[in-house]
Write a protein that binds this ligand. Structure first.
Ligand code: ATP
Length: 402
């Protein structure tokens, strides 16, 4: 095996391997942190803006009447966006309707992929209560992400046992060939050590950016490396208590700037351009956190305003059950009367009367146009949650689709 060492220690080395019957140069990244060290002075302004924005976002959880409800929807939005990056057509509405088993006519595989992402991040958060962020947890997350879905045949939950490549139709004409199999474990072990180290004194946010690139460069799975790598950023920030809820989703930013994103990943490898990447990454964190903070504020206002409308729109007994139903709509923006009966313990006539109140005051609308199996949507809430994914169709247009 011939080894060519490149000049700077920030750059990795290439290892010649045989793949697909040809000799190709696989890339071996140096372990983190970068050496020479990251120029934090150059990133100072970006870093403090990103920290400010994240702090505001984390703080708004206190103002939300029930932060877990926002989180519930927010994670789902991230899932939709992440899946769209790889060409999945699922929308937030598809996902929500899938969850209430009202997905007639929708492409199940695509929706399942989104649903798996939600499951994986929620599972990861739960596991972080008991376990550190480890390679084992990353494999568990991967298994959940690919379960019964696209990529299912590509060893879910297992690090790769064959050589992969990025770009091109074969390793020989690839844009980049990740580390060879015999180096994979040592690359991953070094990454795991960096996940836990505290001696470098690097800000957690900077470390999150470094970890993301290193993970993508190692490309340890046969599929799903992008999705796991993005999920890792949010989980790492939660594990290091920079965020208390996973309210940061970078997917939209990375989707919007995909060409720059891929170019910068490449330039870290080719030129050791960590500062350029971190500048981009921290800008993305700030922009994304600001957007989420504003959305959370608008949701707080919406819920408050709608509670007022319900109270003044019906006499107190009907208003009380409508308020109870409204609470559930904050968690599940699409609901059926059956689900409401199950969840609230209210009788079917009471639930129906509550739904009428909500329809009368314009909070929810029936979206199927059917007599049986009616589904109600919390339209203004959906409109806010949907921003950046796709425009919410008017309530009536769903009827035509189904
Ligand atoms: N030149 C590159 N160098 C390193 N990583 C890259 C490069 N180009 C793309 N990537 C990473 O590879 C990911 C795609 O890998 P893979 O197909 O395994 O992941 P995925 O989760 O299935 O797809 P996606 O990221 O598109 O959702 C991209 O999201 C990006 O993070």
């Amino acid at each position: 095996m011939a080894i060519a060492v490149l000049p700077s220690q920030r750059l990795g080395r290439f290892v010649e391997i045989t793949a697909g019957g040809e000799i190709v140069r696989a890339f071996l990244p140096p372990p983190l942190p970068p050496n020479p060290p990251v120029d934090l002075l150059r990133l100072q302004e970006r870093l403090s803006l990103a920290h400010l924005a994240l702090g505001r976002l984390d703080g708004i959880a206190m103002l939300l009447p029930r932060p877990e409800l926002f989180l519930y929807m927010y994670v789902r939005k991230e899932a939709v966006l992440s899946s769209q990056i790889e060409g999945t057509q699922s929308t937030l509405a598809d996902l929500l309707r899938f969850e209430i088993r009202a997905h007639d006519g929708q492409p199940i595989d695509e929706i399942r992929e989104v649903s798996n992402y939600v499951d994986a991040i929620m599972y990861g958060l739960d596991r972080l209560q008991h376990l550190p962020l480890s390679l084992r947890l990353i494999r568990e997350l991967h298994e959940r992400l690919l379960r019964n879905s696209r990529g299912e045949g590509k060893s879910p939950g297992e690090f790769r046992r064959s050589q992969n490549w990025i770009g091109g139709s074969r390793p020989g004409n690839a844009l980049f060939v990740p580390p060879p199999l015999n180096e994979l474990d040592s690359c991953l072990d070094a990454l795991e050590r960096f996940l836990h180290e505290e001696g470098s004194g690097l800000p957690v946010l900077v470390k999150a950016g470094l970890i993301h690139v290193q993970f993508e460069t190692i490309h340890p799975f046969l599929d799903g490396n992008g999705r796991i790598g993005r999920l890792l950023v949010t989980l790492y920030l939660c594990a290091r208590c920079v965020l208390h809820q996973p309210l940061l989703y970078l997917s939209l930013f990375l989707k919007t700037h995909r060409a720059d994103y891929y170019r910068l990943l490449q330039e870290v490898r080719e030129r050791g351009a960590w500062e350029e990447w971190l500048d981009f990454f921290l800008g993305g964190v700030a922009e994304t956190a600001d957007q989420a903070y504003r959305a959370a504020g608008r949701i707080v206002d919406l819920f408050r305003g709608d509670r007022e409308r319900i109270r003044s729109g019906a006499e107190s007994r009907r208003a009380n059950s409508a308020l109870r139903v409204h609470e559930l709509f904050q968690c599940h923006p699409f609901l059926t009367a059956h689900f409401l009966v199950e969840q609230t313990g209210l009788s079917m006539p009471t639930v129906n009367s509550a739904l009428s109140v909500l329809e009368e005051v314009g909070v929810v609308a029936e979206v199927t146009g059917r007599r049986r199996g009616r589904i109600f949507g919390y339209r203004d809430y959906l409109a806010i949650l949907n921003e950046g994914t796709e425009p919410l169709p008017a309530a009536g247009s769903n009827v035509a689709k189904e």
